[in-house]
Design a protein around this ligand. Structure first.
Ligand code: DGT
Ligand code: CA
Ligand code: CA
Ligand code: ZN
Length: 646
């Protein structure tokens, strides 16, 4: 695959200025890196590097600096660089030596730049001494121990390179849902603004809310007479690092982070999670990341069929197509076509005879089905349910009245109890539960029993004050207790008994991953039996794109929890809504629901912004067939209070 995060930006269609300040800074930086890869003179490299930094930081309007000639007077911009930039900004043409540099640098060298922690200087060295010219040959050399003996490298840096290669491969393969949606929604909204675009919609796994996304699929409705100009305009949108193919109704391209207006920033990441997804290198990986996208342009009357087809899943499509065949029809991305009329015709020609559908609903209706929400289209029983009008009334964001697993400054949260409560009230919640870490988790600043109980006293006084003022909001007091290796909880029973609830979670992941499924499952069952345990937190400990969870038989765990619930003891399973976790997996949500184990969607917020992550949990819950009645989040504060303190 061509890497592609590393191309010169394409000029805007309406200029001058043809490039933004960010694009210019990025291009200068890239030229510096490529020069260094080539072994150019350090002063030359540095002058590009400095110019990049300087122009990236200015507040003046770049177009104006060029127009007035002031650009030439700026520190670090010599005559050569000044004219090069004036031409780029004023005429939309990059200097030919920059273009040559990009074209002549071997793809393999550029690919190696994506390895976290590896810079051009060392790549050049390894290339000269070992003939390494791609990620694959670098990996080979490292595995054969050829890197370590080189001057200035050593065993450690050889291992770090191997780790980096693995991390890069993981990032290349698929992206997390939150990241995929960020790219997809930004690109969709850019396409929507193009003249002639009637509608643009995200399809594929992003629309189905899969936990990770392979590539983005977008469907665009456009009249045939506007097709070509719209296709041209799409190719000129910001954020396109490379075009893999464009012809007919399909455009394949690669997006990079310049699709985000105002740059790409990551929110606060909980250190436990960060550690699993690349630590200090994570931000570099993510901001140098790319994602593939496929855009299909179709006439409006075909749009619903194309949207449905490319929403998938493949398995759902196959089942739908079979249903059409059973009714003497052909279903594809162009239409739902009676065979008798289409005869030998194919593709768009056959689609002339398609039944009419203005929306997806009508396609499903033609096949005697209720419309199936995209999240459910996995061929996991949705078609039978749609046939019998038995699809679930999926939970929505509006059903969420609060959540129970959130952190404050008492452990590793950024915000105080007051700030968290304020924000929860502002976003319209009826209640909020705080569950700070327990003492064993030293890296997360686990709170002592004494501090925890003091927090409880504060919570009581807040609740009392709100009650007196007639404010319909309350705090619940819990703890996120570590589950210790023998299934015990991390506070004395008399401390736990004073709380409203306990979220029990495993954090010693490497230890649990080193053990077998039987042992892990047994310890979880023991922990669930503890009278204080109310909620099983992030049930597998997985970090998406980071690490697998520990082995555990979650079916057995859920069945055990179901038994408790049948006997009237509340044991809920968490759907951790952090986009890095999304744990409980959606495939198991449906199982929990069928067993009657209540689900609680928890953002595991470590900041006030973190509360919004509950939205990702709602997406996954929907994908797992969850209805409002299946979650604790939909209860009023008083009903929840009854459930917690039976
Ligand atoms: P991804 O990209 O791996 O996260 O997953 P999807 O589901 O977005 O898959 P993708 O991008 O390969 O294709 C988008 C949709 O197009 C897919 O969900 C269903 C449809 N599709 C693709 N290939 C086939 C196929 O061979 N048969 C059928 N029936 N549908 C297909
Ligand atoms: Ca896709
Ligand atoms: Ca695709
Ligand atoms: Zn946790």
């Amino acid at each position: 695959m061509a890497d592609s995060g590393f191309a010169l930006p394409k000029p805007r269609s309406s200029g001058p200025p043809f490039f933004s300040r960010n694009q210019i800074a990025k291009a200068l930086h890239q030229v510096a890196v490529l020069l260094e890869l080539k072994g150019a003179n350090v002063f030359r490299v540095r002058s590009y590097q400095n110019a990049s930094r300087m122009l990236g930081g200015i507040t003046e309007d770049l177009g104006e600096l060029v127009a007035t000639g002031q650009l030439f007077e700026m520190k670090g911009i010599g005559k050569g660089l000044g004219s090069a930039l004036s031409q780029a900004i004023g005429e939309g043409r990059w200097p030919s030596d920059w273009v040559d540099l990009h074209e002549q640098t071997p793809q393999g060298m550029i690919e190696m730049l994506g390895i976290p922690g590896l810079g051009p200087k060392r790549i050049k060295l390894m290339s000269d001494e070992l003939g390494v010219d791609s990620v694959a040959s670098l990996k080979q050399a490292a595995l054969e121990g050829q890197i370590a003996p080189m001057k200035g490298f050593g065993e450690k840096s050889q291992q770090r390179m191997l780790d980096g290669i693995e991390l890069l491969a993981r990032f290349r393969a698929r992206r997390r849902l939150d990241i995929g949606l960020m790219y997809g929604e930004a690109f969709q909204s850019n396409i929507s603004t193009i003249d002639g675009v009637i509608k643009a919609q995200l399809a594929g796994s992003a629309r189905r809310r899969k936990e990770t996304i392979g590539d983005l699929d977008l469907v665009v409705a456009v009249l045939p007479e506007h097709h070509d100009e719209v296709a041209d305009s799409i190719l000129k949108l910001p954020g396109i690092a490379d075009v893999k193919g464009a012809g007919g109704s399909k455009i394949s391209l690669i997006l990079d982070t310049s699709v985000f207006e105002g740059g790409f920033k990551l929110d606060h990441i909980d250190p436990n999670v960060l550690d699993a997804i690349g630590g200090e290198h994570y931000e570099q990986l993510e901001s140098g990341g790319t994602i593939d996208a496929q855009v299909r342009l179709v006439p409006p009357h075909v749009f619903p069929f194309t949207l449905a087809y490319f929403t998938g899943s493949k398995e759902h499509n196959i089942a739908m197509r079979q249903r059409a065949i059973d009714r003497g029809m052909r279903l594809n991305e162009f239409g739902l076509i009676p065979e008798a009329e289409a005869g030998e015709l194919k593709g768009m020609a056959a689609a002339e005879y398609s039944l009419i559908a203005e929306t997806e609903e009508e396609i499903y209706r033609h096949l005697e089905l209720e419309w199936v929400a995209p999240e459910l289209r996995e061929d996991m029983g949705e078609i039978v349910a749609a046939e019998h009008r038995g699809l679930p009334h999926l939970v929505t964001n509006n059903d969420i009245r609060g959540a129970l697993h959130n952190h404050t400054t008492l452990s590793d949260g950024e915000a105080t109890l007051e700030e968290m409560a304020d924000t929860a009230r502002k976003i319209g919640w009826n209640w909020l539960g705080v569950a700070d870490h327990s003492p064993t988790l030293k890296v997360a600043n686990g709170a002592s029993a004494e501090d925890l109980l003091n927090q409880g006293t504060m919570i009581k006084s807040y609740n009392q004050a709100w009650e007196e003022e007639g404010v319909d909001f309350r705090l619940f007091h819990g703890v996120e207790s570590d589950i210790l290796a023998d299934g015990k909880l991390d506070h004395p029973d008399d401390v736990l008994a004073q709380l409203d609830y306990t979220v029990a979670s495993v954090h010693a992941i490497s230890k649990w991953r080193a053990r077998d499924e039987v042992q892990n499952t047994e310890d979880l069952l023991t922990c669930i039996d503890h009278p204080a345990t109310t909620i099983l937190g992030h049930p597998t400990g997985r970090i998406l794109q980071g690490r697998e969870g520990y082995e555990v038989d979650l079916y057995a765990v859920l069945e055990h929890m179901a038994e408790h619930n049948r006997d009237g003891r509340l044991k809920a399973v968490e759907l951790n809504a952090s986009p890095y976790r999304l744990d409980l997996d959606w495939r198991l949500c449906k199982h929990a629901k069928e067993l009657g184990v209540p689900v609680i969607i928890n953002p595991d917020a470590h900041s006030v912004r973190g509360l919004a992550d509950v939205g990702y949990g709602v997406m996954v819950a929907r994908k797992g067939w969850i209805e409002s009645d299946n979650i604790l989040n939909s209860l009023s504060a008083s009903d929840l209070s009854l459930r917690l303190n039976h």
